[in-house]
Design a protein around this ligand. Structure first.
Ligand SMILES: Cc1cc2nc3c(=O)[nH]c(=O)nc-3n(C[C@H](O)[C@H](O)[C@H](O)COP(=O)(O)OP(=O)(O)OC[C@H]3O[C@@H](n4cnc5c(N)ncnc54)[C@H](O)[C@@H]3O)c2cc1C
Length: 601
């Protein structure tokens, strides 16, 4: 079976040529991210991902996590891998040095996370949630809670979770019922059930720190009455040692389609009647706003899962297409040929290759903007970067994960029947990818956020600003004078126009026909994603062309830049060409979707 190899060259190209690693390394606090340091970390991560995590991916899927009354047992090898992960300090790569982190840029962390997710997505969810919990605690917890919990979360010795979902409260967190009762000593006792909690229970670490949404007595109804609590699995004594088991219980784990090695837990708080001891994080009733810190980081990280699984799908498809011999070449051949020779297989491989490259470039660029938003000295620059991240986060989450599902599907198609049987690992890939469009907010919820909060609310101003930057890229390409770049600029220009038409429709009709507009919200998100991806491919093509002009092959590889130009041309011909259709759906598709009475369904 094919095994994962980190695409280091493309990662470095994106880091250095497109997402501005050099500028990020100049930001105060990021001086350690020297080119040598970055290369060494990428190499080391690639070794760990390929050598330790990837070999556990298929066996983890087959064995799965196992629940019994004693707790959850992870599949063989996971404990040892996690211990190595902690010993290597991977959890704290981008965390604050004050709590033991290495304080490196999120940009570098994004590339490293991509590797964990490609190699073993089920494993990667544990550190992902731990990092999110640590970031949230750092932002809103008291100094005492920070001192007690952060160093061990940052080191990875303890792990973190995110407890939002309840049976009646999925996409709509206003329906949360879990409750928290204040105690005279300033702590709280929590009661209620949470479902679908990733890594709610496991045997990888000595303690788990749950971040739980619950309501205080007499809290206002809806989202304005939700508070956030830190609830440890085991209480922590004043001297930092582990104390008694808290009133927190995992009563079962889900038997589910994919990510079998990631335990998805039903959690009971306060089952014994005592209540789970917890500590308020941030102000009362502000829990959802605080949780959004964790959710936005997690949404970006799930977008990275989309990218990572797309890369894996591409690698698997290429390996198979080169080795599977079937049929004669369409133009004539004496012998049967490897299927990579067939034009339709080439088309599928190019769809996978180019969309993965586009996702990587966009995701890393957003990661670099996150670094600028937190570390720039100039407040105006910080705000600009934060606005860019805000606009793009639902796109990264929605577009990368939806595309990953399509590419996993294409990977299976390249494999023919072999993809449909478990042995090749393609079925696992498809099963694992399927959750990414659902958790951390479904694609529909991302699209609501994009259309309602990020586009309609400001009259499309932020998007207009971004489209202006994209148009500048078209001009740069046209001005260069090369045929390849002109070939890419034209479809990109038309796709930007299509995005502008769709955005204009949304802004003009959101107030008068919100239902009609929202029919087109997911097509709009998709359109936005593929145009932003096209913009990235155009930038990549330009950078590659300049290197070709100057006779400076990237990392000495004379094939890399010409191949990048081909990728960008293919993306323009095959992906950007669908933009106008999506724009038409946004503009014209509302009425027919809503016309039939509910009784017809
Ligand atoms: C494997 C797994 C791991 C998970 N991990 C966690 C975790 O660690 N912590 C946690 O708290 N939760 C977790 N979840 C829960 C996950 O976040 C929810 O399943 C998800 O938010 C969707 O909620 P739901 O399942 O209730 O679906 P619903 O909200 O019932 O949605 C069903 C459908 O209706 C659509 N829909 C609903 N509301 C709207 C709307 N307003 N506009 C448009 N469409 C809408 C959705 O897009 C979807 O297509 C996990 C779930 C799974 C399956």
């Amino acid at each position: 079976m094919h095994s994962y190899t980190a695409p280091l060259r493309d990662m470095r190209f994106v880091l250095k040529e497109l997402s501005g690693l050099e500028q990020v390394a100049r930001l105060p606090g990021y001086e350690d991210a020297t080119p040598d340091m970055v290369d060494a970390i990428l190499e080391e991560a690639a070794r760990f991902a390929g050598g330790v995590l990837a070999p556990l991916n298929a066996s983890g899927d087959r064995t799965g996590a196992h629940w019994d009354k004693q707790g959850v047992t992870m599949p063989p090898g996971f404990r040892e891998a996690y211990q190595q992960f902690v010993a290597n300090g991977w959890t704290g790569l981008a965390a604050n040095p004050e709590y033991g982190g290495q304080g490196l840029p999120l940009l570098l962390s994004a590339a490293v996370q991509e590797m964990w997710k490609s190699a073993n997505m089920a494993f990667s969810l544990c550190p992902m949630l731990t990092i999110g919990a640590a970031e949230t605690i750092e932002l809103v917890a008291s100094d005492e809670l920070k001192a007690r919990y952060l160093p061990l979360l940052v080191s990875g010795e303890w792990t973190g979770t995110m407890n939002l979902t309840e049976p009646q409260a999925g996409s709509d967190l206003a329906a949360i019922r879990a409750r928290a009762e204040p105690q005279t000593d300033g702590t709280y006792r929590l009661f209620g059930q949470k479902i679908f909690i990733t890594y709610g229970e496991h045997d990888l670490a000595a303690n788990t720190v749950h971040l739980v949404l619950a309501r205080l007595p007499n809290a206002p109804a809806g989202v304005k009455g939700i508070s956030l609590f830190l609830v440890p699995k085991r209480l922590v004594n004043d001297d930092g040692s582990l104390g008694a088991q808290n009133d927190v219980l995992c009563t079962s784990i889900e038997n589910k389609l994919g990510i079998h090695a990631s335990p998805t837990c039903v959690m009971l708080y306060g089952e014994s009647g005592r209540g789970a001891e917890g500590y308020l994080l941030g102000a009362p009733h502000q829990g959802l706003a605080t949780m959004f810190i964790m959710m936005n980081a997690a949404r970006f990280a799930v977008g990275l899962e989309g990218l990572a699984l797309s890369e894996l799908a591409y690698q698997k498809a290429v390996a198979y297409a080169k080795s599977r011999v079937q049929g004669r070449a369409i133009e004539g051949s004496t012998d049967s040929v490897p299927i990579i020779r067939h034009p339709d297989v080439r088309r599928m491989l190019m769809l996978m290759r180019t969309q993965t490259e586009a996702m990587r470039a966009l995701a890393y660029t957003v990661a670099a903007a996150q670094d600028a938003a937190s570390h720039e000295v100039d407040p105006a620059e910080r705000d600009r970067s934060a606005a860019f991240v805000d606009l793009l986060t639902p796109v990264i989450k929605g577009w990368c994960t939806e595309t990953a599902n399509e590419l996993a599907n294409l990977c299976l198609q390249v494999h023919g029947g072999a993809g449909y049987v478990e042995e090749t690992g393609v079925a696992q890939l498809l099963r694992d990818a399927r959750i990414t469009t659902i958790y951390e907010g479904t694609t529909g919820i991302q699209a609501n956020d994009l259309v309602g909060r990020k586009v309609a609310r400001d009259g499309g101003a932020a998007l207009l600003g971004l489209m202006h930057v994209m148009q500048q890229t078209c001009v740069t390409l046209e001005e260069h004078g090369s045929e390849d770049l002109a070939h890419i600029a034209k479809p990109l220009g038309r796709a930007i126009d299509a995005l502008a038409q769709a955005a204009e429709y949304i802004v003009n009709h959101y107030g008068t026909d919100v239902r009609g507009v929202m029919v087109g919200s997911v097509p709009f998100l998709r359109l936005f994603g593929l145009v932003a991806g096209g913009w990235m491919m155009a930038r990549a093509a330009h950078a590659a062309q300049l290197r070709i002009d100057a006779d400076q092959p990237f990392e000495g590889d004379v094939t890399f830049c010409p191949a990048k130009l081909v990728s960008a041309r293919f993306y323009a011909d095959h992906v950007l060409s669908t933009a106008m259709g999506l724009a038409r759906t946004v503009v014209n598709g509302g009425a027919s979707a809503l016309e039939l009475d509910e009784g017809f369904f």
